[in-house]
Design a protein around this ligand. Structure first.
Ligand code: BDP
Length: 326
């Protein structure tokens, strides 16, 4: 979809839904690229239920799942403009606009999901959420995105050299283009919704993602080799349009923030459960899973990526503090 078309489609869809609106005074429209039932979609519904309860049904949330409002890069712009009120997105597509989001998007910055939780639940996470304000957005909460690994349709990747010459789709962030080049492969940034057909038709050889996305997108049907190199543990984020947020009373703004935070533990449980279900489904489909891989060369290959992106004192300080977090 062209930019203008997707913008118009989002407005039309939102207008149509307003007709069938509930008794709520304000219905916040929320975007998600994932299908109904996916942990992020369900978490935002939980957030909405909490918000309705806290405000006596004054504020509600309607989740437009399955990229009904467009692909992430476009929906982010629409959220900045106030056409979309809430948006659940990966941090990746923010990298080119909000520099602080690059840091938790760096390959191998987190030692484990637990380390990522410890960082993002603390002052560093709060600082990164606050950075959205300067870009017409309000950062509300971080969600889980597991760890992302490479999959492709050509061959099993058992060592870094096997990646040479393969073409992988990455999220629309320069950082991820360089990350893929650093391991000797080629990167093509493209919207998530175009990946399946691009692998099928051979425009790309593969992509990289976590278990639930690899499964729910159906990419495992067209890319039969999944190598658990776990190069990214990039958090996902729930943001609100600053213009929608500014229309609310101070009490309602607090209720929005509290409801978002309340959805985080629920999301983490749903995520842990879905990771297992997705892994089982992918294994049952006969995908070859390569678990025995030495990550050290991958980690070492990322040094130039850090040098290129961790440029200012502020960003260097964030990296140091993340590494020092238990
Ligand atoms: C998924 C994220 C989603 C991204 C997608 C992608 O949940 O927000 O759009 O990856 O690769 O894991 O674009």
């Amino acid at each position: 979809m062209t930019h203008l078309k997707s913008f118009t489609a989002a407005i039309a869809l939102i207008a149509a839904s307003a007709v069938s609106a509930t008794a709520c005074e304000v219905t916040l429209r929320s975007s998600d690229t994932h299908p109904d039932g996916y942990p992020t979609v369900e978490a935002v519904k939980v957030m909405g239920a909490e918000l309705a309860k806290a405000t006596g049904d004054k504020l509600c949330v309607e989740v437009f799942h399955s990229a009904q409002l467009g692909q992430e890069k476009d929906t982010i712009e629409q959220t900045q403009f106030g056409v979309i009120d809430l948006n659940r997105v990966s941090l990746g597509p923010f990298n080119n606009i909000i520099e602080e989001t690059k840091i938790p998007s760096l390959p191998y910055i987190f030692r484990s999901v637990e380390h990522m939780h410890n960082v993002m639940d603390g002052p560093i996470g709060a600082e990164i959420l606050a950075a959205f304000e300067a870009h017409d957005l309000v950062g509300l909460a971080f969600y889980d995105g597991g760890s992302r690994s490479f999959y492709n349709k050509e061959r099993p990747i058992t060592k870094m050299a096997d990646l040479e010459g393969l073409k992988f789709r990455v999220m629309q962030s320069d950082l991820f283009v360089d990350m893929v080049s650093a391991v000797g492969a080629n990167a093509t940034p493209m919207p998530y919704g175009e990946v399946y057909s691009s692998i099928q038709t051979g425009v790309i050889d593969g992509a990289e993602n976590n278990w639930p996305s690899f499964e729910s997108s159906g990419h495992y049907e067209v890319a039969g080799y999944y190598t658990l190199d776990q190069h990214l543990i990039v958090p996902e984020v729930l943001v609100m349009s600053k213009s929608s947020y500014d229309k609310l009373s101070a009490d309602d703004q607090m209720a929005v923030r509290a409801a978002a935070k309340a959805s985080v533990p629920v999301m983490r449980d749903l995520w842990a459960e879905r990771e297992k279900v997705s892994e089982a489904k992918v294994r049952a489909a006969g995908v070859e899973i390569i678990t025995d891989i030495d990550k050290t060369p991958f980690i070492e290959a990322m040094v130039p990526v850090y040098e290129k992106y961790v440029t200012t004192d502020k960003l260097k300080d964030l990296v140091t503090r993340i590494q020092a977090t238990e």
